[in-house]
Design a protein around this ligand. Structure first.
Ligand code: SF4
Length: 298
């Protein structure tokens, strides 16, 4: 954190003195720690996923639905010790897993917190990220993370730059996802279909970008060990935040756009994951950021 290079932004700032692109200094900050029931069924299960929402983000997606925590810094500072207690509290509440949401810029803290309680955790730890990752950071998580849940958002550098202010997004995301699949190995599900180990690659189809989606799907099909991941195709794109600055994405996707990508997945044999219903409501996927679970209550 004295010269931060945790993610591809490589800001090289001293985070005790200034914020990097992610908007974070050298203190942990979170906006919510609670059971979450709207992840993929193999993650939410019956008990819910123990989601910890970290403040800040290394992407600037103009359509972000969580912009108050990702871009505007909403959240509360906590210690590493408190984070480790939160993990145990979520486990006690019946969480199927610990779900680290947008964790990249806090990886050193997360490793310290897990070192404190990993021996008491008997549920998997999920790294739920936007895909803009350094391979070195992912390698440092070997032995700490059981399930990776990265997005691959763009194939085109033009879209990545325009909509998320990210350079060489696909190059970084694809390299990181490959390392994730190698690290976790073959998918492991328990008798109830709950994931214990593996990778879920998420992709949300965007307006006017179905060819880009197909390029991503094709890369996934041709480059990764098929026993190590599943694809979760998402239809929930909704204009939000600064979407209206780009009129071509200031709309929902059409049935044709979504179904053509879903059919392409089937054509390539990537049919063992999830295809979200076109009619899925988008609001319910975003929980209220109200600091639930952040403070100690006893
Ligand atoms: S984690 Fe934040 S400060 Fe560090 S390189 Fe990435 S954006 Fe910059």
């Amino acid at each position: 954190m004295k010269s931060c290079a945790l993610c591809p932004r490589m800001c090289r700032v001293d985070r005790s003195e200034r914020y990097g692109f992610c908007g974070c200094g050298d203190r942990l900050k979170i906006a919510r720690a609670a059971l979450h029931f709207w992840e993929e069924p193999c993650i939410s299960g019956r008990g819910g996923s123990g989601a910890v929402f970290f403040s800040g983000c290394n992407l600037r997606c103009c359509f972000c639905q969580n912009y108050n925590i990702s871009s505007e810094g909403f959240g509360k500072e906590i210690t590493v010790e408190r984070l480790s207690d939160i993990f145990l509290e979520l486990q006690e509440k019946g969480a199927e897993n610990i779900n680290l949401v947008t964790p990249t810029h806090y990886v050193p803290f997360i490793i310290k917190a897990l070192d404190m309680v990993k021996h008491k955790l008997n549920i998997p730890v999920v790294y739920n990220c936007g895909g803009y990752e350094n391979v070195g950071t992912i390698k440092s998580l070997d032995g700490y993370i059981d399930i990776y849940m990265p997005d691959i958002k763009y194939y085109s550098d033009v879209y990545a730059k325009k909509y998320s202010k990210a350079d060489r997004y696909f190059e970084y995301a694809s390299s990181a996802v490959k390392v994730m699949t190698e690290q976790t190995g073959k998918i492991v599900l328990d008798g109830n279909g709950i994931m214990k180990r593996g990778v879920i690659i998420r992709h949300m189809v965007m307006p006017g970008c179905r060819k880009d989606s197909m390029n991503i799907i094709k890369w996934i099909g041709n480059n990764l060990d098929r026993e190590s991941f599943i694809v979760s195709l998402m239809s929930q794109y909704t204009p939000a935040f600064h979407s209206d600055e780009h009129k071509e994405i200031n709309r929902k996707i059409t049935t044709f756009e979504y179904e053509s990508v879903a059919e392409y997945c089937l054509e390539l044999g990537l049919d063992n994951g999830y295809v979200q219903e076109r009619t899925s409501a988008e609001k319910e996927y975003t929980p209220p950021f109200d600091l639930e679970g952040v403070e100690r209550t006893d």
